[in-house]
Design a binder for this molecule. Sequence first.
Ligand SMILES: C[S@@+](CC[C@H](N)C(=O)[O-])C[C@H]1O[C@@H](n2cnc3c(N)ncnc32)[C@H](O)[C@@H]1O
Length: 306
Amino acid sequence: MSNKLHIPVLLDESIDSLNLKDDGIYIDCTFGRGGHTFKIASMISSKGKVIAFDRDKEAIDFFNENNKFKNCSIIKSNFSEIVKKLNEIGIEKVDGIIYDLGISSPQIDNKERGFSYLSDNIVDMRMDQQQEKTANFILKNYKYDELFQMFRNYANDKNPIRLCNRIIQFRENNSNNDFFTNDLVKIIRESIDRKILYSKKYPEKKYFQAIRMEVNNEVNEIIMSLNSATSILNKNGRIVVITFNSLEDKIVKDIFAEKSKNLFPKEVPIKDNLKNFNVINKKKIRDDFDSNSRSKSARIRCIERC
Ligand SMILES: C[S@@+](CC[C@H](N)C(=O)[O-])C[C@H]1O[C@@H](n2cnc3c(N)ncnc32)[C@H](O)[C@@H]1O
């Protein structure tokens, strides 16, 4: 297991947004190495609770080896299962839920996990090591159209024709060979526009991220989880999400906007607006930890149950 540190981004600001109550029940949907979980546990009373989720076995092992808090526990599961898993342990309502999206530093630093374009291992990219679908499977088996959709939707590349063709060509020339991260970097660099190739330090980054999002079904996980999480919030309970790219940020923003719509149209003559949720607008906060490159694109979104 990689025990390397994960430095949480916007830690204080995101926990501040949760408006913690001493004896509240809080859910950290993305335990990682526990930056948020352990901080919340240290700030609430022994009557309160923090329940963390993660789908990565290494995160679960880390919790079991390092947790010192009695008011803290962990569940190994996709966070889309949040309501079902909490109901199984008798919890129906909570006071706050936090998501710190994406992958942790130990996941990316462990070269064998095949997330990093700076190593040379088989591309794997699974957050949950028991899941069957790997990045290697996708690159070896997806049809042209499926590859095209993946890069168009998740890498925001409107026309990834050359990239898809080269992936398929690589398969034909190397039958049964696995895709290594180096192969993928080479294929991407040979396929993209020269202008982009020479203007960006890591032009492959967004394509690696797109494959990772596909492997881990990240967009659907966020949509399913946020939609069910809103159903278990107590009055004044909050959901706080830290996003790291424009696609996931837009998804969160749109879901929060939809949930916080007035229940009656403007034309209905009632005195006060009726809503189930309020979006809590925060100023864009800069993270002080400048050398943490994740912090550059991070932003916090927050919603509160009325
Ligand atoms: C950015 S890290 C969280 C870091 C954590 N806040 C900390 O301070 O250590 C994201 C974690 O969430 C987990 N994760 C991401 N998506 C998940 C999902 N859909 N279900 C469960 N865990 C998920 C990843 O495995 C990873 O460990």
